[in-house]
Design a protein around this ligand. Structure first.
Ligand SMILES: NC(=O)c1ccc[n+]([C@@H]2O[C@H](COP(=O)([O-])OP(=O)(O)OC[C@H]3O[C@@H](n4cnc5c(N)ncnc54)[C@H](O)[C@@H]3O)[C@@H](O)[C@H]2O)c1
Length: 260
């Protein structure tokens, strides 16, 4: 019960398609298993409710809240609803993010760039803006932001430039916020997932799955639970002296050179 007595908000706490367990849902479930009461925010209400059902079946405490993290008003409403329900706020897990496409700088439109910034960066800024004051009231807190190994190792293709830039910005946001809010005992850290197998990829071919899995030095496949367990550690008091770090959870992917 490493989060006993804590209240957590997880954005993107549903799972794409509504079944299985994505990165955000895994973190939320592990938070609840460790004693936290968890507010599950997702743009798709039913997907948040599916995570709530998993937590409640395990006798954990959760509330599902439909909100779009790219919309500041939605974020304020959801954060306030979580605090009204559970009385406090100690942990914010910012999991919303995604590829998006659009192409390289010659091909992508302003709209493509703004959309990617909105989903990958502003979703986190919006959530932090409304969560930090509650954490100050609670005497401190822990924020975990989800970046990607793509920030350090861009991949060629449609979504590379925008996703890479904005997932890099998540690292910058983490470091700046860690300094800004340290005096209030609010820690801000970042996880860099590698090539994880999450339900969003269920439609991919068996070959694509094998290729992803084989591209990490460790001979195992990364799963949502690996991200959830890292988030659990960073959210817990075991990480009380850790702030501003970026933790790759990638099976050693970043140790290898970029493919030709
Ligand atoms: N899967 C991977 O291999 C991988 C690798 C690196 C980084 N990541 C990052 O991990 C995070 C989660 O990835 P995933 O594949 O588990 O999740 P996902 O893409 O399945 O999405 C999780 C949930 O986020 C919700 N969501 C999306 N946009 C939202 C918004 N604007 N407001 C509220 N909710 C929203 C979705 O409805 C979904 O339920 C993302 O930030 C992603 O960039 C994933």
């Amino acid at each position: 019960m490493r989060l006993s007595g804590k209240v957590a908000v997880v954005s993107g706490a549903g799972t794409f398609g509504g079944s299985g367990v994505g990165n955000g849902a895994a973190a939320a479930i592990l938070f609840a298993r460790n004693g936290a009461r968890v507010a599950l925010i997702d743009a798709v209400g039913e997907w948040a409710e599916a995570t709530a059902r998993i937590i409640e079946e395990e006798r954990g405490e959760a509330v599902a809240l439909a909100a779009d993290a790219t919309n500041p008003d939605d974020c304020q409403r959801a954060v306030d609803a979580a605090v009204e329900r559970f009385g406090n706020l100690h942990i914010l897990h910012n999991n919303v993010g995604g590829g998006g496409g659009g192409g390289n700088v010659v091909e992508a439109t302003d709209e493509d760039w703004f959309r990617s910034a909105s989903v990958n960066l502003m979703s986190m800024v919006n959530m932090c803006r409304y969560a930090v004051p509650h954490m100050k009231t609670a005497g401190g807190g822990s924020i975990v932001n989800i970046s990607s190994v793509t920030a350090l190792r861009p991949k060629p293709g449609r979504s590379s430039a925008q996703y890479t830039v904005n997932k890099s910005a998540v690292v910058g946001l983490t470091r700046a916020m860690a300094l800004d809010h340290a005096k209030d005992n609010i820690r801000v850290n970042c996880i860099m997932p590698g090539l994880m197998w999450t339900p969003r990829l269920e439609h991919s071919s068996a070959e694509a799955r094998e290729m992803r899995s084989n591209s990490t030095p460790l001979p195992i496949e990364g799963q949502s639970w690996d991200i959830g367990n890292a988030a659990l550690f960073l959210a817990s008091d075991e990480a009380r002296f850790i702030t501003g770090v970026t933790l790759p959870v990638d099976g050693g992917f970043l140790l290898t050179s970029a493919p030709n």
